[in-house]
Design a protein around this ligand. Structure first.
Ligand SMILES: [Zn+2]
Length: 394
């Protein structure tokens, strides 16, 4: 019998070490897969570019025998679903995205470089290395098991619009999660030690729009109603809704208004980012924002928006999944940490449905969405081994 094919080995440490060496031997192949993906630019807002990477990734998955299904979307790139058959069991969902925040042409000034222990490039951490890990973990499992059959069915779902809110893919993600035993999200890990994410804040976006009355600042000053002044007063109030003890934050991130200095402004607008750690805080903050009333009664206030990603809370199911991951990592010789983070991902949707979800299983590195984005090459073998173990056991 293939020594790598036993689910519960007699000597877990030795088995784990064999698996780790397997990935160490294939480290350069993993690096080259990551390179292939980073060198295909895929900004969320460029449908043609995102469709191109979807095709390239689909081809890699079809080499592994996955059944490919594109979910065509209007306006954004296709989402990619790949089904792998396995022994009868509830399927596992592996979740990720191939869109990035970088416009076309970024590669020219931020090239994909392999230097010493790092790979740099747009999207290398968030989250093209995560996609490469899925490919190599599945390939390894097929290698280790007789006739290439997986111990369970696995669905891979990679979306094209995560960086712009997942509006088009959300319903599909949720439908796939509902029929799955658990969800593993290949978003970047957290911090230097590659912690997985067991809690994420929920995210809301709001817009507060104030309407006043325009007038000539010199000739008719008294007839004007200054919308910017009203908005400034509202911003003080809105900012006071932050409650750090509840890990609830309200950030006025963008303000705009007015037309010229010699005009009393009739319009002003603020865009607001809201983060909540607990679902039960969603209604309260929503109500507070919707209850804003103008201080100057000659102004009108209009509030739009809402909470669009529920928080991923550390439920019993999430904690159990983390424990399993930590046990696999222990066998592989390291202590896997967990972290609660402020940023949202598609894991928020699946956790919000009560499906055990573990996030941050992707690359280890730094600089997501920034010029110094990179991953650490030496971390790749054990991340791949961890993922392979979880695919079998989660
Ligand atoms: Zn991401």
């Amino acid at each position: 019998m293939n020594p790598l094919s036993q689910k519960r080995p007699a000597t877990p440490g030795a088995e784990a070490q064999r698996r780790l060496s397997y990935f160490h031997e294939r480290r350069d192949q993993i690096v080259s897969t990551i390179r292939d993906l980073v060198e295909i630019e895929s900004p969320s807002d460029n449908k043609a570019a995102v469709d191109r990477i979807a095709e390239a990734i689909a081809e890699k998955f079809s080499h592994l025998g996955g059944e490919i299904r594109f979910h065509r979307a209007a306006g954004v790139g296709s989402h990619l679903q790949v089904n792998f058959a396995g022994k009868p069991a509830r399927p596992l969902l592996l979740l990720g995205h191939y869109d990035t925040v970088y416009p076309l042409g970024t590669l020219a000034r931020m090239p994909c470089r392999v230097e010493r222990n790092k790979i740099t490039g747009p999207g290398v951490l968030d989250m093209k290395s995560g996609i490469a890990l899925i490919l190599h973990a599945l390939a390894a499992l097929q290698d280790w098991h007789k006739a290439g059959e997986l111990l369970r069915p696995v669905t891979v779902f990679l979306v094209s619009d995560e960086e712009i809110g997942s509006n088009s893919s959300r319903a599909i993600t949720e439908a796939l999660a509902r029929r799955s035993a658990a969800v593993l999200v290949l978003e970047p890990s957290y911090g230097k030690h590659g912690a997985v994410k067991t809690a994420r804040k929920g995210v809301g976006e709001y817009c507060v729009r104030v309407t006043g009355q325009a007038s000539h600042a010199g000739l008719d000053f008294e007839k004007g109603v200054n919308a910017i002044r009203e908005l400034a007063r509202q911003i003080e109030k809105i900012s006071s809704f932050t409650d750090l003890k509840k890990r609830l934050t309200v950030n006025v991130g963008i303000v705009s208004g007015g037309s010229r200095t010699n005009v009393v402004p009739a319009e002003a607008e603020a865009q607001i980012d809201v983060r909540i750690a607990r679902l039960k805080d969603a209604a309260g903050i929503d109500k507070k924002l919707r209850s804003l009333r103008p201080r100057n009664r000659k102004c009108k206030i209009e509030i739009t928006g809402g909470i669009n990603r529920p928080p991923m809370e550390r439920t019993v199911g999430v904690a159990a999944l983390y424990k399993q991951a930590a046990a696999i990592a222990r066998d592989l010789g390291w202590r896997l940490e967990e972290a609660a983070v402020g940023g949202g991902s598609d894991g928020n949707f699946t956790a919000g449905l009560g499906i055990p979800t573990l996030d941050g299983l992707g690359g280890v590195g730094d600089g997501a969405h920034a010029v110094h984005e990179h991953i650490v090459i030496s971390e790749l073998p054990r991340r791949a081994a961890l993922l392979a173990g979880l695919i079998e056991q989660a």
